[in-house]
Design a protein around this ligand. Structure first.
Ligand code: SF4
Ligand code: SF4
Length: 86
């Protein structure tokens, strides 16, 4: 399966209260709080699209928008019936 590719961090600056939760949860130190107490993506190139920031934000103020990994795979309708485990 193709890896997710970052398109952008969608940050709602009106909703962000600068609590820094997302900053602390980000494993790649992509996010920082700016001088206006709002989150900003300072190193988007390091983002691995784990979406921890989005999942942990209590105010839904940050969204990780990803690109479709591969145009050719997007329309395929494959059914995976393989079983997990052994
Ligand atoms: S967790 Fe949400 S409210 Fe807190 S700094 Fe991050 S985006 Fe802003
Ligand atoms: S998606 Fe993951 S790596 Fe990217 S900014 Fe959010 S927490 Fe950091």
């Amino acid at each position: 399966m193709a890896r997710l590719k970052l398109k952008e961090h969608l940050i709602n600056r009106d909703w962000c209260k600068g609590c820094g939760i997302c900053v602390h949860f980000c494993p790649k130190k992509v996010l920082e709080i700016d001088s206006q107490e709002k989150v900003v993506a300072v190193r988007p190139e390091d983002c691995i699209c784990c979406k921890l920031c989005e999942l942990r934000c209590p105010d839904l103020a940050i969204e990780v928008v990803t690109e479709q990994p591969d145009q050719d795979d997007a329309g395929k309708d494959s059914i995976n019936t393989s079983r997990q485990g052994d």
